[in-house]
Design a protein around this ligand. Structure first.
Ligand SMILES: N[C@@H](CCC(=O)N[C@@H](CS)C(=O)NCC(=O)O)C(=O)O
Length: 211
């Protein structure tokens, strides 16, 4: 087995700690019991080496031996191919997992991130509110009927959807009891708690002056 490396920043401001998307990859490795290490690129200077591995100068990206993969969703699907714990191997379970993984990114996060950005930058009138309400309403209707998005059990699709939905402003926007119970249930998982605590410790250590 090659060495898995999750790449993140050396430091970030306090606000995003606990939400930087390297957490998705850490969490998936924890769920699957895959050994991994964490390495950093500078938050300040996004040099050519960083851009060669993440063309937008962002994190996370994943190394797996000679492979380097950017986009957290792509990294998650790469990890899911290594472990049935993240994605079932039967065609129907796999198809369900793939469609909900893409839905988390392309139907929910595609709306929630720009909506969140307008909120935090203090836009007087957030024109995306109706769109977000509609998307979250549809997710709520699905979660009222079932515990997991795919294959009747936890998969990488739940990991990603819960990570998209747990963003504080999104989570506290409106009243969606099934969604809230879903996010609470999934973020109580030991693998999430470990990944979250490890990320918090990582960025806290980044605050400490070098000896
Ligand atoms: N679509 C990308 C988004 C990555 C992303 O937004 N990364 C944030 C941290 S969670 C980042 O690097 N932000 C700093 C920046 O964009 O300059 C993914 O899912 O990997």
């Amino acid at each position: 087995m090659t060495e898995l490396i999750v790449w993140t920043y050396d430091r970030v401001p306090e606000g995003p700690r606990g939400f930087v998307r390297d957490l998705r990859l850490r969490w998936a490795c924890e769920e699957a019991g895959l050994a991994y290490s964490v390495r950093t690129v500078p938050f300040g200077e996004r040099g050519p080496e960083h851009l060669a591995r993440q063309p937008f100068g962002q994190v996370p990206f994943l190394s797996d031996g000679g492979l380097s993969i950017f986009e957290s969703g792509a990294g998650l699907l790469h990890l899911a191919r290594k472990s049935e714990k993240l994605m079932p191997r039967d065609p129907e379970g796999e198809a369900q997992t793939l469609q909900w993984t893409i839905a988390a990114l392309n139907s929910v996060e595609m709306v929630s991130v720009p909506w969140w950005y307008l909120e935090v930058t203090g836009a007087a009138d957030n024109g995306l509110t109706g769109w977000l309400e509609s998307r979250l309403g549809h997710v709520e209707a699905v979660l009222r009927e079932r515990e997991w998005l795919a294959a009747d059990r936890f998969t990488v699709a739940d990991l990603l959807m819960a990570d998209v939905l747990r963003v504080k402003k999104v989570r506290s926007f409106g009243d969606r009891p099934a969604t809230e119970a879903y996010v609470a249930r999934i973020t109580e998982r030991a693998a999430f708690r470990k990944a979250h605590a490890d990320q918090m410790a990582h960025f806290a250590a980044g605050d400490e002056p070098a000896q």
